[in-house]
Design a binder for this molecule. Structure first.
Ligand code: NAG
Ligand code: NAG
Length: 817
């Protein structure tokens, strides 16, 4: 390269020489920076000076300035480089650059001018004064803004000087180059695409300045661009829609969620504040938004049952008012905070105890404000109760009977209806209703006993209460109101009303008449207890009334027959042994038991030692050997006593004839007899008496029948006109009885009359006494009654002889068989 260059230089020199010969001035052109000693030009030749002359002439160079760039080789006549020639130093930016020198010859002094032109070579690169350009550019600068850049310096000139700039990379900026008036070049960046700090906060570019030399040289400078923020970004929420859920009844201050908006700007520009926008006051009160942190907290009570979801508009704002928005949806989660509410839509109480199972008692509706499982309610009642819940519609239930009810067992039910929801924990509510069961007449009255048995001592005072029947009825009210009623119409043909009456209200059984054991020992009545239901129910019970004996009958001597007219005597032979059965006293007692248990005693005797009476059997036996000295006529008085308390007795006279022959007896007994025929035929009298008795029997039967018929008619009339209690109107009785008055009393008197006439009118008055006493006790109007008693006695005197006869006859009939 160098050599080529040298050749070129030499050629150049030759040209110049030819030109300069005529002018006696030589011009050489050399590149700068030639090495020392390098040939520049052949002066001798070019100037036409002989080498000898050069030597002799002491040729020398005179150079302007201080620098001796070149020197003369006198021997060769060559001009060579003496020291480094730096064009930039020599001429700076002057071009062309040359320096002049003179070749001076002495002897004769000759002067030749030589000009050496120094060509520039590209030995300098463009240089920037700084290493780096720092630029701070706001991101908001508009497109097309120019930024002047530092210029680079290139000491070279011409083509070797700075030719152009390039900028790399060229994303945002393009480079524009300008030529200054002085010819220097300057560069500026023009913003081509907007800067975005948020994308790229810094840009590093390289500005390259290149010259036109060969080889080309370049210089670079770093352009460091810092993009300054401008508030060009609105805050942006991290989500377009936020979703959060919060449990209802959350405490105040519970964090619901945190929203976050980012402002791409930095620093103050990036400060974001949050707010609710376009929200109702109620939401503002329910939730609180921390404007700095974006925390959303509960600030008042949340009730799922009122609002299930909140939709809130959010806004984020930077200090310059740029806003971003989002939406927050808060779902409220249900909590089981509402118990079921039981409402009794309808309720029927009381219900009848005969209601069939399945009868609807109540219609119940249940509400639970909660939702889902929390609001799912099940309803039930105590399983032990005869009720159950049936579900008809959703949330509607019916309470129905499950089994048959019985008011008599349980008359009221406290039914507790329990509703439970399925929340966790579940809530329960209860409602208690009082159901009353109304009565149905389903229970018949019940007597205390299956059968009643009572004992009444005969000769009781009429009107006494003999027994109280008690029936109970499990039903209630009128269904349990019991009335008692006699069912029998009659007893042994006699109207029941003359025997017994029953108080229909309290069941007390009264004896209407005085009972006679000897007449009736026992009788049954049937009593019905009937309740007041509709239809009524009744129960029958049998009452057995046993009449107890009283010692009201004296023993009756049947044998020996006592007669005023006839004389009966037993014969005892004188030869009779000890223990000979003389006769037997036969007696009966109409009473029974102890009262009829007879004992016999010898009361009086002509000779007490001769006879004895068997106390049990009434047998009269000899107690010793009969002797001849014993009187023919023996008279014994035997007393017959019953065992009653007090005891009653009867005496009998027994005539005994102690004789061997009948005439003996007759002579002895002659004072006894009133009728001579008697002795002849005792049997005749017996036969006669039998005939009389038979006659009387027939008569008495007729009388008895007629009396019965009469009474029956009377009682029929009586029965018609009276209720249970025999109130006997006086009109049915003879006037003498009429003023006896009081209920039933007449009848009793009449009864007594009958009783009294059982014995002969001449005999005991004993029946009269108890009768009058009884009347005195029972009748409240006592003074009057006394008189009545007297009258009654009179009546007895005049009593119907027929009845007397008939009853006497009864005894006789009893005797003979
Ligand atoms: C029903 O409940 C009420 C209140 O608890 C109580 O006073 C009443 O005695 C109860 N009745 C019955 C029949 O259990
Ligand atoms: C009670 O007796 C009456 C009359 O004999 C009869 O009609 C009725 O059926 C009886 N009642 C009962 C419950 O036995």
């Amino acid at each position: 390269m160098k050599s080529r260059c040298l050749k070129w230089q030499v050629q150049m020199c030759i040209v110049f020489c030819i030109i300069s010969t005529g002018l006696a001035q030589i011009r050489y052109s050399i590149p700068e920076e030639m090495k020392r000693g390098l040939f520049i030009g052949d002066i001798g030749k070019d100037l036409g000076i002989d080498l000898k002359r050069l030597i002799t002439g002491k040729a020398r160079l005179v150079i302007d300035g201080s620098q001796q760039y070149v020197q003369l080789d006198r021997d060769k006549g060559h001009l060579v480089v003496k020291e480094r020639i730096d064009r930039e130093q020599l001429c700076a930016q002057k071009s062309p650059c040359s320096f002049s020198l003179e070749v001076v010859l002495e002897n004769p002094l000759e002067l030749y001018a030589v000009t050496v032109e120094v060509h520039d070579i590209n030995d300098n690169a463009p240089v920037f004064s700084e290493k780096e350009i720092r630029l701070e550019i706001s991101e908001s600068v508009p497109i097309g803004t120019h930024f002047l850049l530092d210029s680079a310096m290139d000491l070279d000139v011409g083509i070797n000087s700075l030719q152009s700039y390039t900028l790399k990379p060229a994303h945002n900026f393009v480079l524009k180059q300008h030529n200054r008036p002085d010819g220097s070049k300057c560069a500026e960046m023009v913003l081509q695409t907007p800067l975005d700090r948020e994308k790229q906060g810094e840009h590093a570019l390289t500005l390259i300045a290149v010259d036109g030399g060969n080889p080309q040289r370049s210089g670079t400078i770093q352009v460091h661009i810092i993009v300054l923020d401008a508030n060009d970004n609105a805050p942006v929420f991290s989500q377009p829609v936020y979703k959060a859920s919060v449990v209802e009844n959350s405490l105040k201050g519970t964090l619901v969620t945190t929203v976050n908006a980012v402002d791409a700007d930095e620093g103050f520009n990036g400060n974001v504040t949050y707010a609710f926008t376009h929200v109702e006051e109620s939401i503002r009160q329910t939730f609180q938004l921390d404007s700095k942190t974006g925390d959303i907290r509960v600030s008042s009570n949340i009730d799922y049952e009122k609002v299930q979801q909140y939709e809130i508009n959010l806004q984020a704002k930077d200090p310059w008012g740029l806003t971003g928005s989002s939406k927050l949806i808060i779902e409220i989660t249900d909590v089981n905070d509402n118990g079921p509410v039981i409402t009794l839509t309808s309720f029927s109480s009381p219900i009848s105890e005969d209601s069939t199972p399945g009868t609807v008692i109540a219609l119940i509706s249940v509400q639970d404000l909660d939702s889902g499982r929390n609001g799912q309610v099940s309803l039930f009642v105590d399983q032990n109760l005869p009720f159950k819940i049936k579900s008809s519609l959703r949330n509607y239930y019916t309470l129905v009977t499950h089994t048959v009810l019985d008011r008599e067992q349980i008359s009221k039910y406290n039914i507790t209806i329990t509703a439970t929801d399925e929340g966790l924990p579940s809530l329960t509510s209860e409602k208690t209703v009082l159901l009353e069961i109304s009565d149905v007449n389903d229970n018949a009255p019940r007597f205390d006993q299956n059968e009643y048995r009572t004992h009444v001592v005969e000769n009781n005072s009429p009107g006494i209460s003999i027994l109280t029947l008690r029936a109970t009825d499990a039903d209630w009210g009128p269904n349990a109101r019991i009335s008692y009623r006699l069912l029998n119409d009659e007893i042994t043909g006699i109207s029941i009303s003359s025997y017994i009456s029953v108080n229909s209200d309290n069941g007390v059984v009264y004896a209407v008449r005085s009972f006679d054991y000897e007449h009736t020992k026992e009788f049954n009545i049937k009593v019905s207890a009937q309740d007041g239901g509709s239809p009524p129910l009744s129960t029958n019970v049998t009452v057995i009334i046993c009449i107890q004996d009283q010692n009201d009958n004296s023993p009756q001597i049947l044998y020996p027959v006592q007669s005023g007219v006839s004389l009966v005597a037993e014969m005892v032979a004188r030869s009779a042994d000890v223990g000979y059965l003389v006769t037997k006293v036969v007696a009966v007692d109409a009473d029974s038991g102890q009262n009829a248990w007879l004992s016999y005693k010898l009361l009086k005797a002509t000779d007490r030692a001769l006879f004895e009476v068997g106390s049990q059997n009434g047998e009269i036996r000899t107690s010793r050997q009969v002797s001849d000295k014993d009187a023919v006529k023996q008279r014994l008085v035997v007393v017959v006593e019953d065992n009653g308390q007090p005891s009653r007795s009867a005496t009998v006279n027994v005539n005994v004839a102690v004789a061997d022959s009948f005439p003996e007896v007759l002579s002895e007994f002659s004072d006894f007899t009133h009728d001579k025929d008697y002795n002849d035929s005792l049997t005749f009298y017996l036969v006669l008496s039998l005939a009389v008795v038979s006659f009387l029997f027939i008569v008495s039967v007729i009388v008895l029948v007629s009396v019965k018929v009469y009474r029956w008619r009377q009682s029929r009339l009586f029965y018609k006109s009276n209720g249970n209690l025999p109130v006997i109107p006086s009109a049915y009785y003879p006037p003498r009885y009429a003023d006896v008055g009081a209920t039933g009393t007449l009848q009793h008197v009449y009864n007594y009359e009958v009783c009294m006439t059982t014995d002969s009118r001449k005999s005991d008055v004993r029946y009269v006494r108890p009768s009058s006493q009884n009347i005195l006790i029972t009748d409240p109007s006592s003074t009057e009654t006394m008189q009545h008693t007297q009258k009654a006695n009179n009546i007895l005197e005049d009593a119907d002889p027929d009845i007397e006869v008939s009853l006497c006859f009864n005894y006789l009939v009893f005797i003979f068989p």
